[in-house]
Write a protein that binds this ligand. Structure first.
Ligand code: ADP
Ligand code: ADP
Ligand code: ZN
Ligand code: ZN
Length: 757
């Protein structure tokens, strides 16, 4: 490949791309314009945009490092293509969660916190010191009690004590406090308690003495009490021996402690993370922790009150960044929010803020479905931002299904015509107008307007949620209909996830909750193992070949010894994301060579794992395997391959795979969080049909969804808002789709009305 600039050209040219399912295709991407890649899921959009374009840019970038650094970077193979010409540096902004430890907050990751520290060190009073001192990650700034974490471990008495037991029966559930243990004697020999009385019968005073009182000599101890000892309650005793910094037993009893400990707010700083000196320093009455606890929209107002001329430049810089957050629909976040609690969509938008701060131009920005998690109202804000990036002289490449985002494209490239082997071609390239007239799946759906022709189903009953007040929810009471499909709507940050994922489980604990959270599974889990069909597949291989079944497991003797069966090797880079590269020894096939000699109907185990769900359902004839494959197809993931590791799935794909697994056990209530993520309009129809079948069988379905097509097909809508954060958290509308379009206060209603026309 020739990275050299071939003179004056206003196009990035990809020639003969063959990654994944791409059929040796060539595309031109106009520079300094917005190009949207559309097409059904599995058509090859990622293969072209991420595996070819972005990968080549990263490879070229690595070539520019000194050989010293390059040696430490994983070796990138060239993408499988004949040539890629005219490619600027690419910046990929995806939905991979930022994650991070609890010291990483929205403020630190956007650098706004360091600007705030600078501001406080300049004009905060009383003057404390350098900007560094305002950092909770610096020993001079951090609260000494919690070391800047804002939380401390405390003992959960519910887990520590069994109230149905007496001291003699072993009421204290902790090693060294069990009957006969030396610490147990420090309670039963005090003469303070009736050792046969069950804890639940203790008076308040006895309870207080057992747990908390300390520092006195028991007046009437029994034999076995060490005469000079002072009494110490169970809680201070455990804190001292197991939870203090210099405790020697902490490591030894780590598991026991984890079992009885819970996280509580730090009693010294009340969660502010900083020491009292730093917290005493104020600007216009607020300290730095109070500033980071304001939601961004309110912090902007506060910044307007700071008028000291010496601080003008810093205030301007802070306000600019905060405005950027506001403009992409993140005004409801606080700077103190830990990045590990952000959703994928929020993480992606935070990454955008970091990019907007830079003044670089002539880059390629590559976005992976930026509309995720966004109400149509928020999508308009993102669109503004994408256009601004273009107008700064950058090339913007977007993989997207949302009609509103496709709507801002200067150029559209549609991949298809279908998924997997039936995709991998360019079926349309040109402007938007041409796409609307094109006979392609995207063209058809874009030009087709839905109607409200569907008659909503009647609920079989109602479930009442009462006085919910978590996060921003304002004492919300709402009824959820049983036996129909309810869609929960509202702008980002209005409180949908809080209501559906945190409050609802308290009312329907046995529902199936399918959020986009990563499955806690090892990197070895893939679709086949997760859905349980790998066992019958291995059995087939073993039976056909009269071989041992364990050979066909990449967790045991059949595994490639180099990568231990994961197929990839991960390299940690201190200053970047760690990078996964294909294992050299097995070429990513995960098995030892010997194992690959065993064949079932012409395929080895690695080839079977490489099949898509659709291909596999033509390959297998066994009923149990076919049933699992059928459920995966129903859930809209027929294009994924059996061996695809769960860790590589997008949030939406993971949710749909979980759905397929859950449909095996017939449950009454299904709760989904934005199931259309990553799906083309035609795939959405398929998933919607699957969910409708569940409802027709008598089940209740509750989904958080922004997709207007899906909303129009709901039986019942619960709309939250009216705004985000403090401005949201109320029920704006409940009722049928045809009624929300006339609800003036509902943003969802307004957008649905426009969309239906
Ligand atoms: P999209 O981004 O459009 O959803 P992808 O580019 O991720 O689709 O995938 C395109 C197709 O290529 C999918 O059907 C996928 O299963 C298939 N695929 C994935 N890995 C390979 C591979 N190594 N060889 C051939 N096809 C592959
Ligand atoms: P939606 O799902 O409608 O986008 P959320 O329920 O995620 O909205 O958020 C509602 C409000 O609760 C927002 O102000 C958000 O910042 C806040 N919030 C959500 N999760 C957390 C959390 N883990 N910690 C603190 N605040 C949170
Ligand atoms: Zn503290
Ligand atoms: Zn290997």
């Amino acid at each position: 490949m020739n990275p050299e600039n071939t003179g004056v050209s206003n196009k990035i040219k990809v020639i003969g791309a063959r990654e994944k399912n791409l059929k040796s295709i060539s595309v031109d991407i106009p520079k300094k314009q917005i190009t949207v890649f559309a097409g059904v899921s599995g058509s090859g959009k990622s293969a072209l945009v991420f595996d070819t374009l972005a990968a080549e840019s990263q490879r070229q970038l690595n070539e520019t490092y000194s050989s010293f650094i390059r040696h430490r970077l994983p070796h990138y193979g060239q993408p499988n293509a004949d040539a890629i010409i005219n490619l600027p540096v690419a910046i990929v902004i995806n939905q991979k969660r930022i994650g991070g430890n609890s010291r990483s907050t929205v403020g630190t990751i956007t650098d706004i916190y360091s600007l705030l520290r600078l501001l406080f060190s300049r004009i905060g009073r009383p003057y404390v010191g350098e900007a560094e001192a305002f950092s909770f990650n610096n020993p001079h700034g951090m609260c000494p009690k919690c070391e800047g974490l804002g939380i401390v471990k405390e003992i959960d008495t519910e887990r520590l004590l069994d109230r149905d037991k007496s001291l003699n029966e072993g009421a204290i559930l902790f090693p060294t406090f069990r009957p006969g243990d030396f610490r147990w004697k420090r309670y039963v020999c005090t003469g303070l308690f009736d050792n046969d009385k069950k804890l639940k019968d203790y008076t308040e005073e006895e309870w207080d003495t057992l747990l908390y009182k300390s520092g006195f000599k028991p007046p009437h101890p029994t034999a076995g009490w060490p005469k000079t000892s002072l009494y110490e309650g169970v809680i201070p005793r455990i804190m001292r021996s197991f939870l203090s910094k210099d405790s020697r037993d902490a490591e030894l009893y780590k598991d026991a402690i984890d079992h009885v400990a819970k996280k509580g707010m730090c009693p010294e700083c009340q969660g502010a993370r900083l020491n009292p000196q730093v917290l005493s320093c104020r600007i216009n009455g607020k300290n730095i922790a109070e500033c980071t606890d304001l939601q961004v929209s309110s912090l902007i107002d506060f910044m307007h009150t700071v008028k000291e001329p010496v601080a003008a430049t810093i205030v301007e810089a802070i306000t600019l960044r905060l405005q950027q957050m506001l403009s992409i629909g993140l005004g409801y976040l606080t700077l103190s929010r830990e990045t590990s609690t952000l959703s994928g969509g929020e993480s992606q938008r935070i990454k955008m803020v970091r990019q907007l701060g830079s003044s670089l131009s002539d880059l390629v920005y590559i976005f992976d479905e930026p509309s995720i998690g966004l109400h149509p109202h928020d999508v308009n804000k993102i669109n503004t931002l994408l256009k601004r990036l273009r107008d700064k002289g950058n090339t913007v490449v977007i993989v997207e299904h949302d009609p509103d985002v496709i709507g801002i494209a200067d150029h559209v490239i549609e991949m298809g015509p279908k998924a997997g082997a039936e995709g991998g071609n360019v079926v349309y390239a040109g402007d938007l107008k041409g796409l609307m007239a094109a006979d392609t799946l995207t063209g058809k759906f874009l030009s087709q307007k839905p109607t409200l022709e569907k008659e909503p189903r009647h609920p079989a009953g109602w479930l009442s949620i009462q006085n919910a007040s978590k996060h921003n929810l304002k004492n919300v009471s709402v009824d959820i209909p049983i036996g129909v499909m309810t869609v929960v709507t509202g702008v980002a940050g209005s409180g949908k996830s809080t209501l559906v994922n945190q409050v609802l489980p308290k009312y329907i604990p046995d529902a199936v909750y399918m959020d986009q959270e990563a499955v806690h599974a090892s990197s070895r889990s893939n679709i086949a193992t997760f859905t349980g069909m790998f066992d019958p597949i291995r059995n087939l291989f073993a039976a056909h070949n009269q071989a041992e079944i364990s050979l066909f497991s990449f967790n045991s003797q059949g595994a490639c010894p180099e990568c231990k069966g994961t197929g990839t090797v991960s390299t940690d880079l201190a200053f970047m994301d760690s990078i996964e590269t294909v294992c050299d020894a097995c070429g990513g096939r995960r098995f030892k060579k010997e194992v690959l000699r065993y064949i079932l109907r012409g395929k080895n185990i690695s080839e079977v794992l490489g099949m898509t769900v659709e291909e596999a359902s033509r390959f297998f004839v066994e009923k149990d395997i076919l049933q699992t494959l059928g459920r995966l197809q129903d859930a809209g993931v027929g294009y994924l391959s059996l061996g695809q590791p769960l860790s590589t799935l997008s949030g939406g794909e993971l949710q749909r795979v979980k759905l397929a697994k859950e449909m095996e056990h017939r449950r009454d209530v299904y709760v989904l969080d934005e199931p259309t993520t990553g799906l083309h309009m035609s795939d959405i129809r398929q998933l919607l049909a699957t969910m409708n079948r569940l409802v027709d069988q008598g089940r209740t379905v509750v989904v958080i969804e922004h997709n207007l097509d899906w909303i129009a097909h709901a039986d019942w809508i619960i709309d939250l808002g009216p705004g985000a954060g403090q401005d949201g958290g109320e029920i704006v509308f409940t009722g049928k789709p045809r009624d929300i379009v006339n609800c003036e206060r509902s943003l969802t209603g307004r957008y649905l009305k426009q969309y239906l026309r």
